[in-house]
Design a protein around this ligand. Sequence first.
Ligand SMILES: Cc1ncc(COP(=O)(O)O)c(C=O)c1O
Length: 491
Amino acid sequence: MQDELIAEQVNTGLVKQGAWDVEEFARAATIAVERLGAYVDKSQRGENPVVVRRPPRELAERLELERWIREGGMTPETFEKFLAVYLANGTQLHHPGYLAHQTAVPDFPAALAEFVHGAMNNPMDIYEMGAAAVVVEVEVTRWMLTKVGWDPDTGGAILTHGGSLANLTALLAARAAAAPSAWTDGVPGDLAVLAPCSSHYSIARAAAMMGLGERSVIPLDTDELERIIPERIPVAVERARRAGRRPMALVANACATGTGLYDDLRRIGEHCREHGIWLHVDSAHGASALLAMEHRHLLDGIELADSMVWDAHKMLRTPSLAAGVLLRRGEDLDRAFHQEASYLFYGDRSQGIDLITRTVECTKAELGLKIFCNLAWRGEGGLGAYVSGQYATAHRFWELARERPGFECPYEPQTNIVCFRRGCSDDAQIAIREYLMKEGTFHLSSTQIAGSRYLRLTVMAPATDEETLHRLLDAIDRASRASREVGRPGD
Ligand SMILES: Cc1ncc(COP(=O)(O)O)c(C=O)c1O
């Protein structure tokens, strides 16, 4: 009977091609959980190389990508083999020696949220496509607004796929406030964005994408560590006005991507208020210090801003991506976009909250769930303790490094980002970084400050401890000596 039914379904084209075999799913998921658990465990103990650098072709062959794409037919058992090679050839963020970029070392509650999203896939920009996901996002962003010091009933917020998109969204709101007809008539040619040279490149990109042109970004005067000099803001405003430009927004860093240093938000905010300029705070990395009692003062004055961004996929330990765009006045966010979509809406008859009017994206992942799960598991206090811990470890590195001969540390760190030099030349910094990556022991990044190249350390992994820091300093000395021996500029 069953066979006849299947035969009939095949004949009529009704066979359920692609429906889940839930037993196979459970087997594959069990394997994945076991493999991932072992991966994180080994990684946290620093037992694997922190980063593997194979030529792309060789790696594609090891993963047998062409064959799998051509033939298909993966099973839980062959997936296990594939996953082992895949995991071994990625960058190990949980590793104590992972000290490079600001990518979150994800916590497992948020990883579970990703898993749920992967199965459920509620593209929750409209309420009917994910009511639970919408209310989770709304409550999470109301919590974020409260942390900033804004009223969640009058403020406005949205989660978006990353800090770059969040900056664009905030600047679109600023543009709508400065030039309400820009959406329909195009952008007036006199708009300007004031920003320090240290602002993230997504700011200049946003200006270019919004049709203002990159040249509309007018640099603010900064000190030797690229922080905005607040008392020089009137000079920049005057300079812009003399050039026939209308400052649409001023962007401050909290903190700057390169140095991890915060701008003085209170004094900057006061200048913006005085000149009637929209203040946007790019706090993609540093906003999480709002949760850490002893670091909250670094964001003093943020409540004076008109908009700010807060990436959970940096210091709130969610996998990429989940970024908050927060505005002091909710109506400013509503004015950023205007769109009709008759296949989604018909007047005001929605039964819930449609977030789609506030985002670049149409389809959106369940971003709030990741933040919610970390909050629900660890509590606000737990996340704050993580931020404090990482900031403290970076500070400890600075204390140790500045006592070592050959190290130059240009400033006391305020966050989990520290810049330093070992030896004099720019090339020496690059040689050290490359050496350590080749060894597989430490993954550092590098940046320029005022035109000179520095090594850059970002303490993200909870596994990085005092012992790691001593090993790192020894490894840097070793790398410096080795580069000199092979004629590279180690000093
Ligand atoms: C200050 C700042 N703003 C924006 C961004 C961009 O964020 P995303 O990579 O999520 O687009 C970064 C990324 O490092 C950042 O540090």
